[in-house]
Design a protein around this ligand. Structure first.
Ligand code: CU
Length: 657
């Protein structure tokens, strides 16, 4: 082709685009949007309830957001890993211990993957777990109160991405180090070594957190693995129950510019862990205990107060010493998501640089292990033969396949990040059946129950990373977006867009009927064993103890007792211990002091919360209720007098004089 012709072709391209736009118009509402009956399908009339609770991770907000599905209405945000001024989570004395770590108090976290507890492979509505990706932790949230009940830190780990995924009877929550780090041979302590010595010193760990019947979490064991990056996980089910699968990338063991250097190998690995066998090894005292300080923070329900315990050791299993723990399944190419279908037969990987979606067969995997069809071994872990374990490859799955969920009719749905679409395909034949555009760049997707043994396969939610041109703009930062898609028919249909908080990574949903009847409406005052509680106004008082002043205060519609307090001095440390005496649903009271270097308090009925104030200025300072509690809410206020340091004003208090 002559250069001139080539140039004219180049110039011609935009002309063709413009011409076709003139002919066909800009993308119509029809193309960008939903079908005509979509509004009816997502409309939840005033006073009616959504069919599902949807739980979406808040990503860098550190929290977990709750949405109604199909309406897309934001119902609530549960504080988990970040301080939340709305209700003093991480600010009040009772909740601060929840954010304790071996690095001290960490006020922020990066929440990623929520996962509902399961019984017999079906979400049961007891708890939802969520991981923290930055300072490795896993939280358990109680779905009767929608509050965080427990957070456990994970030692010998750096970053915690491949969690929190539960086994079919919530025996374990699995986790894995996202970043491998140098570990000494003796105690796996992080070492001061040159980063260039990555391949000699760096290792990873996979962690299994045992969950008791009461929800109590404890790290049962960790498995030492090669120094790759461990990305996502899912538990086996049905025939594959007893196994968990973890994706890894960077089998190249690169330590710089991973976008190039970790993209060289044609295949990385899924680590298939026989957790039942590992649990037997652990119970028999195999492996070894190593140093591994980590905090377990939990709410003592008797006192409504969080407590921290430091655990000093952890059991580590080494695949070089213990046979049959773990196998590597070669998987193209830089796999991200790994998802096990409801039958438990198929293990689907999303190779983000792969042109196909590999589907491994669990049955073939077991056969290959029995027949020792190994391609090699890495650090004591046999590498299985790819062809021996493959059920099939999905051709033309879209560009950048990441995550797959399933309906209850044998179909799989995979997000394609680069080509911005969801691709529906048949699990048995691996044939593509349908595809739908998303707007834009979906990461995870979620079908209620879609990673369990019982998908409620009616809706699919695409969790999109980019929202350009979908909503009224909000400056440089555009919120992330969910798209609700009807998957009840043969063709997928877009129903609704709704913006989400932070960056929702993964999500879960459960029929509302499995959660709503169990809601706690208020805390019983007679069961409140908080040491600083008052059970009635006659118990309210103010006491000085050196430079500490303890104010035992009550709230009830619509006054504080006491509401006039004197004798506090600059330099004092003032503890407001406030008990909400209400015994009725949805009557919280709030509490805020002018200039307090802390948050407000929000106190649920029957609860006691404490907040600390260090007054720095002389004067009479107002405080008030922040939660509109009755017609006379505005009158719910008081004063605290602050005298100079060394003044002889005595402690005095009262209400109603
Ligand atoms: Cu009030």
């Amino acid at each position: 082709m002559k250069l001139a012709n080539f140039k004219s072709l180049l110039w011609g391209l935009p002309v063709i685009v413009i011409l076709s736009m003139l002919m066909y118009g800009c993308p119509s509402q029809q193309q960008l949007g939903a079908n005509a009956d979509a509004a009816q399908k997502v409309y939840v009339a005033p006073g009616e309830y959504d069919e599902f609770y949807g739980f979406m991770s808040g990503g860098y907000s550190g929290q977990l957001s709750v949405y109604g599905i199909p309406s897309g209405r934001h119902l609530y945000t549960i504080p988990v890993f970040s301080q939340e001024a709305t209700n003093a989570y991480g600010y009040s004395e009772e909740s601060k211990p929840m954010l304790n770590t071996t690095h001290g108090f960490v006020p922020w976290g990066d929440s990623h993957h929520p996962e509902l507890s399961q019984t017999d492979g079906v979400p049961d509505g007891r708890w939802i777990f969520i991981n923290e990706n930055n300072t490795p932790r896993v939280a358990r949230i109680n779905l009767s109160t929608f509050t965080t009940d427990e957070i456990i830190e994970i030692p010998n780990s750096a970053g915690n991405h491949a969690s929190s995924f539960v086994t079919p009877n919530t025996e374990y929550v699995s986790a894995a180090t996202r970043f491998s780090i140098p570990m000494d041979d003796e105690n796996l302590n992080n070492e001061d070594v040159p980063i260039s010595e990555y391949s000699e010193h760096f290792k990873g760990t996979l962690s299994f957190i045992k969950v008791g019947d009461d929800g109590k979490m404890g790290i049962d064991f960790q498995i030492l693995v090669p120094g790759f990056d461990y990305d996502l996980s899912h538990a086996g089910k049905g025939p594959s129950d007893g196994w968990s699968f973890f994706t890894s990338y960077n089998s190249e063991q690169a330590h710089t510019l991973l976008e190039v250097n970790a993209s060289k190998n044609d295949k990385d690995f899924i680590a298939a862990v026989n957790w039942r066998k590992a649990a037997e090894y652990a119970a028999a005292g195999e492996g070894r205990m190593v140093e591994g300080e980590h905090y377990r923070n939990y709410v003592d329900h008797d006192t409504h107060t969080a407590k921290s315990e430091l655990i000093e050791e952890v059991r580590v299993l080494d695949p070089r010493e213990l046979e049959g723990l773990i196998y590597f399944l070669p998987t193209p190419k830089s796999p991200h998501g790994v998802d096990v279908d409801p039958s438990g037969q198929y293990i689907v990987a999303g190779g983000k640089l792969s042109t196909v979606i590999p589907v491994h067969s669990f049955e073939k995997m077991i056969q290959a292990i029995e027949n020792e069809e190994f391609e090699g071994e890495i650090d004591g872990i046999p590498v299985l033969n790819y062809d021996a374990i493959l059920h099939g490859e999905v051709e033309n799955p879209g560009l950048g396949p990441l995550h797959t969920e399933f309906d209850d009719r044998g179909n799989a749905y995979t997000t394609a990040f680069i080509s911005s679409e969801i691709v529906k395909w048949d699990l048995e034949t691996t044939q593509v059946l349908d595809r739908i555009q998303t707007y834009y760049s979906p990461g995870h997707l979620m079908i209620p129950g879609g990673d369990s043994q019982k998908p409620w396969g009616k809706y699919l939610v695409a969790l999109n990373k980019i929202t350009k041109d979908r909503y009224l703009p909000t400056g440089p930062e555009l919120f992330h977006s969910a798209q609700l898609i009807d998957i009840s028919g043969e063709k997928m249909k877009l129903l609704l867009d709704f913006p989400t908080e932070g960056e929702p990574h993964y999500a879960q949903a459960i029929p509302a009927d499995l959660v709503r009847p169990n809601q706690t409406q208020f805390y019983k005052l007679e069961e409140n064993n908080h040491p600083d509680a008052v059970k009635g106004e006659d118990e309210t008082r103010v006491e000085r103890d050196g430079n500490e002043v303890h104010i035992y205060m009550s709230t009830i519609r619509t006054h504080f007792a006491p509401d006039n307090i004197e004798g506090v001095k600059v330099g004092d440390k003032v503890y407001f211990h406030i008990t909400n005496l209400e015994q009725d649903w949805d009557i919280p009271h709030g509490f805020a002091v002018k200039g307090m270097n802390n948050s407000e308090l929000l106190i649920m009925p029957g609860e006691t919360r404490t907040i600390v104030w260090e007054p720095k200025k002389v004067g009479v300072i107002p405080f008030y209720c922040t939660d509109f509690c009755s017609a006379l809410h505005q009158e719910m206020q008081g004063y605290i007098r602050v005298s100079p340091e060394g003044s002889d004003v005595e402690i005095a208090y009262g209400t109603g004089q």
